[in-house]
Design a protein around this ligand. Structure first.
Ligand code: PLP
Length: 285
């Protein structure tokens, strides 16, 4: 496998950054994960737009032009023979002697990109059977709209889910409002047939898949409502599902040990998933 590190294509096993990288010491960095399907990058423009926004919210400079970045991404995918998989890119504020203040002007950012093919049977199993989740109290900072590498709460939440025999966790705030999953956005289909997801102005990451699912739903003639909902609304829903770049739409069939609907994946999430790739932006590798 090949990785990209600060201008060089290197063997994945040898890919390294400095021990005083600010990503390592302060989680002072941002990232994106994109899906590659049938040799196409899905929704690249939206992911790059969100990367720009994350960088600007942290007052970090663009590491390179969009054209150059797109070229490097394609090159990493090509060198790793990725046809169906993902790539991961991370930009940090660079390496500098440890000090909370921003490093000196002109300190180059650290940019790394990795890519891999993924096993289609893993996600196919989730589509066929659905997944179990647990709910957890929201305990993250209030800027989760920025896609930073500061994911310690998410790491602990996912592990807590696994330890409880579930696949993932959903954050719920102190008023019982559902926020999002530990690495995905949450959707419900209400008993009235509305497709609901919470607003993304604050408190959650505005998922790229979430945005494209809104487009897909419109094409399918489904009504999308952006409004807050609670855990009990998930338990009373016809369907509950996650959206994320790595799974598109993953059905949730059990929440905190309670069955959702009839305990089987629903048809709405499946039809959105089927239509998703046709409607998403596709950039040839
Ligand atoms: N919410 C969180 C906390 C995430 O980490 C992610 C993706 O990793 C998402 C939502 C979904 O975003 P996207 O659809 O862009 O993958």
């Amino acid at each position: 496998r090949i990785a990209y590190v600060n201008g060089q294509y290197v063997q994945h096993a040898d890919a390294a950054v400095h021990i005083e990288d600010r990503g390592f010491q302060f989680a002072d960095g941002v990232y994106e994960v994109c899906e590659v399907r049938a040799g196409m990058i899905v929704d690249l423009t939206r992911h790059l737009n969100r990367l720009d926004r994350s960088l600007s919210e942290l007052r970090m400079a663009q590491p390179m032009s969009r054209a150059a970045l797109t070229h490097v991404i394609r090159e990493v995918l090509r060198r790793n023979h990725v046809k169906n998989g993902i790539f991961y890119m991370q930009v940090t504020r660079g390496a500098a002697r440890r000090d909370h203040f921003f490093p000196a002007e002109g300190t180059p950012p650290t940019i790394t990109i990795t890519a891999k093919n993924t096993d289609p049977s893993v996600v196919a199993k989730k589509y066929a059977n659905g997944i179990k989740v647990i709910t957890l109290p929201e305990n993250r900072w209030d800027r989760v709209d920025i896609k930073t590498v500061g994911l310690l709460p998410n790491v602990l939440a996912k592990q807590q889910a696994r330890d409880a025999g579930a696949a993932d966790a959903i954050y719920v705030d102190r008023n019982g409002i559902v926020m999002e999953g530990a690495s995905s956005n949450v959707w419900i289909v209400t008993p009235q047939g509305e497709l609901v997801t919470r607003p993304a102005e604050h408190g959650i990451l505005r998922g790229i898949t979430r945005t494209t699912v809104i487009d897909v739903a419109a094409k399918l003639g489904l009504k999308v409502v952006e409004r807050e909902f609670k855990t009990e609304d998930m338990l009373n829903a016809r369907e509950v599902f996650f959206s994320s770049a790595t799974g598109i739409c993953v059905p949730i069939v059990e929440i905190d040990g309670k069955t959702v609907a009839n305990g089987h994946p629903g048809t709405i999430s499946a039809s959105i998933r089927d239509a998703f790739f046709d409607i998403a932006e596709k950039t040839a590798i």
